[in-house]
Design a protein around this ligand. Structure first.
Ligand code: F6R
Length: 604
């Protein structure tokens, strides 16, 4: 969702804040703002609607903002339209408190009414302004900043990452509940961010604030507290990346750069958990005892859910154990039935998705053991799950996921093989054949990507398409779900993924001249059937195109190199990701920051 940054040190804060915000702009981009404390202690606020460039222009035109302490925010609107008044930072009525916020305060209306009764008036429609006034009211009652924040944490419901400047205090205060916040340590300077990439080029040492923690950050360091104000410890991580992943490095968009990084993401993920030719999760404590679960439930949202669907097909086939995939947003509220020995697998790139985290907590509360297949180290899902199984995709910046999805597929294959091995369902030779196939995947993915031009040409010719269907069966259907989401997200094309056999049960009525029907045909047992379904759409005016191995291909379709069918999703998704990207580019869209979306959905 929104991006938060902060800086305190001897340097001028403004360029550092803007640099961090540029790196985090993928988190939200409908408005932006900064607040800087000057040498005289006064706090100046500058805001602008739209992308960060508008704020940068405004900062440049205005009076120079000196001062080595400030906070910044890129917004993804939750409460109130993306206007300047609603942009962060928000100040309290008397100016004693300045706040940037990520999350949603669910009871802000009640809080606002109580403040109104005390004479407070409001300039914005946001929940955040209420937080600023609430804190100011407590300061006026004589509470210290920490005690005021503590009271806030016991009053506010919902989620928040808050960075707060108090008038008369030279430090930055933080509070966190269900929304990520990290503190980076430099030499005589400290950095604050909702996500590590913001300041990876400036420091490698980060403290990941725990849930219901507060902090006070000065140029020399940070002191962490629990919600009662008792000093607390905070997990420290040393990042190894150099921040290059957060740079475009000459590519036009992060999305195409990250699609190109997908083979590497898969390779790194495979190598992290393959030891002596066998999946081995002992490093994270996930031993045979847990892999021999009677049932597995995978919970996730969006693309991560689609990766989980592939996992379901592969794991059931290999391990012969029932696997259920559930949308995290549904799972959390439907009183799910879990067996005694159910393993719950939460899949999430960010590890901060509100619904996935809630599903993970629900599973834990019901006594299930939990695995988090997660990309961001130190994220909430990674810390809260019993077994954090990291995907090694590196930072993903484009809002639409590509390489992290690819890495999630790889993690799913490993987990499926691990389960099959633990149950004794595979002979040693079968296991080594599968692992060899896995290790060959990155090179095959490279060979698919080397033909991106074919997809670009096709995308150019079909850039004005209005309706697309993507059809397949089994794993192919799971890939269609992802391909369709990509095309919707980054090219704004109405696309439906359909299990090929379902088309006739209603949606075929939508097929007419001009509808593009993409058939994914990699599963030999069902490809001929999907082929027939494609013919049915052609007979009704649809234009059919295929992604397949040589024998099933439509003329002009995209041919994949041979691969073990169970792992075909890793190849077949690539032309679909490329297609979405190139159609988006042809339509002149910013594929990295699609409208209305945000990376890391930390609200329900
Ligand atoms: C689609 C996309 C989203 C995410 C979803 C879950 O391109 O990126 O659908 O997959 O919001 O996010 P994570 O994986 O961070 O839990």
């Amino acid at each position: 969702m929104c991006g938060i940054v902060g800086y305190i040190g001897k340097k001028r804060a403004v360029p550092i804040l803007l640099e961090g915000m540029r790196k985090l702009e993928y988190r939200g981009y409908d408005s932006a703002g900064i607040a800087v404390r000057g040498a005289d202690g006064n706090i100046a606020v500058v805001k602008a609607c739209g992308k960060l460039a508008n704020l940068e222009a405004r900062v440049e035109q205005g009076a120079p903002l000196e001062g080595g302490c400030g906070v910044g925010h890129t917004r993804w609107a939750t409460h109130g339209e993306p206007t300047e008044a609603n942009a962060h930072p928000h100040r309290s009525m008397r100016g004693a408190v300045t706040v940037v916020h990520n999350g949603i305060l669910e009871n802000y209306r009640e809080m606002r009414e109580e403040l109104r009764a005390k004479g407070y008036t409001f300039l914005s429609d946001t929940d955040t302004e209420v937080a600023a006034d609430f804190l100011e009211d407590l300061l006026l009652q004589g509470l210290s900043p920490l005690r005021a924040i503590s009271r806030f944490m016991h009053t506010a419901r919902g989620s928040y990452a808050l960075a707060i400047l108090f008038e008369g205090h030279g430090t930055i205060f933080l509070a966190r509940k269900d929304s990520p916040l990290v503190v980076g340590k430099g030499e005589g300077e400290m950095f604050i961010a909702s996500d590590v990439p913001a300041f990876l080029s400036r420091t490698k040492e980060f403290y990941c604030m725990g849930n219901m923690q507060m902090a006070e950050v000065s140029a020399e360091g940070a002191a962490f507290y629990d919600a009662e104000g008792v000093p607390a410890s905070c997990e420290r991580i040393l990042e190894t990346g150099d921040g290059a992943a957060a740079e475009k490095e000459g590519f036009e968009h992060f999305m195409i750069k990250e699609i190109g990084e997908e083979p590497r993401a898969v390779e790194n993920t495979l190598h992290a958990y393959l030891k002596d030719g066998k999946p081995d999760f002992s490093e994270i404590g996930l031993t045979g005892e847990f892999l021999r679960a009677d049932e597995v439930v995978a919970v996730a949202c969006g693309s991560a859910y689609h990766a989980a669907v592939v996992f379901q097909y592969v794991a059931e086939k290999l391990a012969r154990v029932p696997v259920r995939t559930e949308l995290a947003s549904e799972f959390r509220y439907r009183d799910p039935i879990l067996k005694k020995n159910t393993l719950v697998v939460a899949v999430s790139q960010s590890g901060e998705t509100a619904d996935t985290l809630a599903a993970l907590r629900e599973a834990k509360a019901r006594g299930a053991k939990t695995v988090a297949v997660v990309n961001v180290r130190g994220s909430s899902a990674a810390r809260e799950a019993d077994f954090p199984l990291y995907t090694c995709a590196g930072p993903e910046i484009a809002v639409a996921t590509t390489k992290a999805y690819g890495a999630q597929l790889a993690a799913g294959y490993l987990l499926a093989l691990g389960m099959a091995h633990a149950w004794g369902r595979l002979s040693d030779s079968e296991l080594s054949r599968y692992t060899e196939e896995l290790l060959a995947l990155p090179a095959k993915m490279e060979s698919v990507l080397s033909r991106a031009e074919e997809v670009r040409t096709f995308a150019k010719a079909h850039a004005s398409v209005r309706d697309v269907f993507m059809i397949g069966r089994g794993i192919d259907y799971a890939v269609c779900l992802e391909g369709a989401l990509k095309l919707k997200e980054v090219a704004y094309v109405h696309t439906e993924a359909y299990a090929a056999g379902e088309l006739k049960h209603g949606a075929i009525s939508l097929i007419e001249n001009g509808v593009l029907v993409v058939g994914v045909l990699t599963q030999s047992g069902v490809a001929a059937k999907t082929r027939s379904n494609l013919e049915e759409t052609k007979a009704r005016g649809g234009k059919a195109v295929t992604v397949s191995f040589a024998e099933e291909g439509e003329e002009g379709g995209f041919l994949l190199p041979p691969v073990e069918e169970l792992f075909a999703a890793s190849l077949s998704v690539l032309p679909l990701q490329l297609f979405a990207y190139y159609v988006g580019v042809e339509r002149g869209l910013d594929t990295d920051k699609p409208r209305n979306l945000a990376k890391s959905v930390t609200v329900e």
